[in-house]
Design a protein around this ligand. Structure first.
Ligand SMILES: NC(=O)c1ccc[n+]([C@@H]2O[C@H](COP(=O)([O-])OP(=O)(O)OC[C@H]3O[C@@H](n4cnc5c(N)ncnc54)[C@H](OP(=O)(O)O)[C@@H]3O)[C@@H](O)[C@H]2O)c1
Length: 273
């Protein structure tokens, strides 16, 4: 039986083993998938050990996506653009292929599952960390009228905008740069929600038919989605769909078959009281 794992620190909270077990059952793939805690200074050693034990691929999560990028022997274009790797595939010759499926996961959830239009719309993305870097190329590929990145540390957003300027109309700035803007699609890619916080946002940031997507997810509405509801967002979604979609892309890379994601998202979605 082929073995796979998600590697992170911490890792106990990960939903990935459940997601991949559901994919394997649905597609009839004979495989095992587990969560592995790597020491903070031992990511590469952990991967080497598991490859030696015959593992065929890995998902990589916080804080190792940058190290996975460095460790990969070859990179897909998406991973190179993202500067981070969340999926490793062990090739037939033992070499590691690095891929990044986070961005395509977000876009698939937004466009296919939620039916959100991106072409010709004004997008605002909050945050300038690894997750945001990963989603910029797939979002710009859909032809928005504008994509503005706003971050607590404005210089990081400006740098990101420069790095992706060849792909479309992207700008960056600090949170004050949001004044006077209106978003059709407002995406939260900050980790402020981990402390149940929302970056300071202007009250009129949402266009009258604008909606909000939080890359974070939880059993209760996140702080950002509570902000969205209080500001009359036309629609809201959390990042559970993105998580399942990025997992499906990894699964397809490893197994050559793409699972259906809708039933898995519905299974994992907590029942609202
Ligand atoms: N659903 C999924 O599949 C999925 C996949 C990947 C990531 N995510 C989520 O995306 C989020 C970001 O992840 P990441 O890997 O990009 O993290 P990261 O690289 O650590 O970046 C964190 C970002 O959040 C900003 N930030 C942190 N605390 C803030 C606060 N209190 N107020 C305003 N801004 C704040 C940081 O701003 P500074 O630059 O100023 O520090 C930075 O831009 C996390 O919540 C993660 O769970 C979800």
């Amino acid at each position: 039986m082929d073995k796979y794992a998600v590697i992170g620190h911490p890792i106990g909270h990960s939903k990935s083993p459940r997601i991949h077990a559901l994919f394997a059952e649905q597609t009839g793939q004979d495989m095992a998938y587990e969560a592995v805690l790597a020491p903070l200074d031992g990511f590469a050693d952990t991967v080497c050990r598991l490859v030696g034990e015959g593992y065929r691929g890995f998902n990589v999560t916080v804080p190792f996506k940058g190290e996975a990028f460095e460790l990969a022997d070859a990179l897909t274009d998406r991973a190179r653009r993202a500067g981070a790797v969340n999926t490793l595939k062990v090739q037939a010759d033992g070499a590691l292929l690095g891929e990044n499926t986070d961005g395509v996961g977000l876009v698939t959830d937004l466009v296919n599952n939620l039916g959100v239009a991106i072409a010709g719309r004004d997008l605002v993305v909050l945050g300038a960390g690894g997750a945001v870097r990963g989603v910029l190329a797939p979002l710009l590929a859909l032809g928005p009228a504008s994509l503005h990145i706003a971050n607590r540390t404005g210089a990081r957003a400006e740098q990101l905008a420069q790095d992706f300027a060849d792909l479309g109309p992207v700008t960056g700035g600090d949170l004050d740069s949001l004044k006077g803007r209106q978003a059709h699609v407002l995406i939260n890619g900050t980790s402020a929600g981990l402390d149940d916080e929302v970056p300071a946002l202007p009250d009129d940031l949402l266009h009258v038919d604008g909606g909000c997507y939080d890359m974070m997810y939880g059993d209760r509405p996140t702080a950002f989605l509570r902000w969205a509801a209080a500001h009359d967002a036309a629609w809201t979604a959390d990042g559970l769909g993105m998580l399942v979609e990025q997992a499906a892309e990894s699964f397809a890379l490893w197994r050559g078959v793409r699972p259906q994601t809708g039933p898995v998202i519905r299974t994992l979605r907590p029942v609202q009281p």
